[in-house]
Design a protein around this ligand. Structure first.
Ligand code: ZN
Length: 171
């Protein structure tokens, strides 16, 4: 366990946390608080919450990709490992890119200890949030939006969540 968040500047006296790479201000959200927000949004937006989650996480993912790029990591392998590191530092869980076929544009991502699978609305999880995040990452690489399918889920008693991203031939 490490107590230091190396990618953030913390002005403790003034209560300001900033992302070192982008200078953007951020703050810490507890799982229970996030779950309450998601549940509130689900009540208001019903099934459209999926679109909302996807769109908001897409933006946050592009932020991460941008923040990683600003550190000069343009090489794919370095970018992926920096993204994985940042994902873990956000407290979302551990990413494992189990497949990355740049010719076929197919990406398979496993998420261990997925925070969004631990938040529940009845039987369902909020893994949709990650679909948006990974779409953002995918778009950053391939400059096209993918079809995303969660093929395994902790919410369905799998040991990890797994997302398959492939080119969208229908658009
Ligand atoms: Zn899941």
């Amino acid at each position: 366990m490490v107590l230091l968040l190396t990618n953030y500047e913390f002005d403790e006296k003034n209560g300001i946390i900033k992302d070192k790479a982008t200078g953007e201000r951020c703050f810490i959200v507890y799982k229970n608080g996030m779950e309450a927000i998601f549940k509130g949004l689900s009540r208001i937006f019903d099934s459209r919450i999926d679109i909302l989650l996807r769109e908001s996480s897409l933006a946050s993912s592009k932020n991460i990709a941008e923040s990683v790029r600003k550190k000069g990591k343009n090489n794919v392998k370095l970018l992926l490992s920096a993204y994985t590191e940042r994902f873990a530092q956000n407290g979302f869980g551990r990413l494992e890119i189990s497949e990355f076929d740049s010719d076929k544009a197919i990406v398979r991502i496993r998420v261990w200890n997925n925070l969004f699978a631990e938040m529940r609305q009845g039987e369902s999880t909020y893994c949709r949030y990650l679909e948006g995040m990974f779409s953002g990452l995918y778009e950053d690489f391939f400059h096209a939006s993918p079809v995303v399918k969660e093929v395994k889920c902790i919410g369905k008693r799998d040991t990890y969540c797994e997302f398959l991203l492939a080119p969208n031939f229908f658009r």
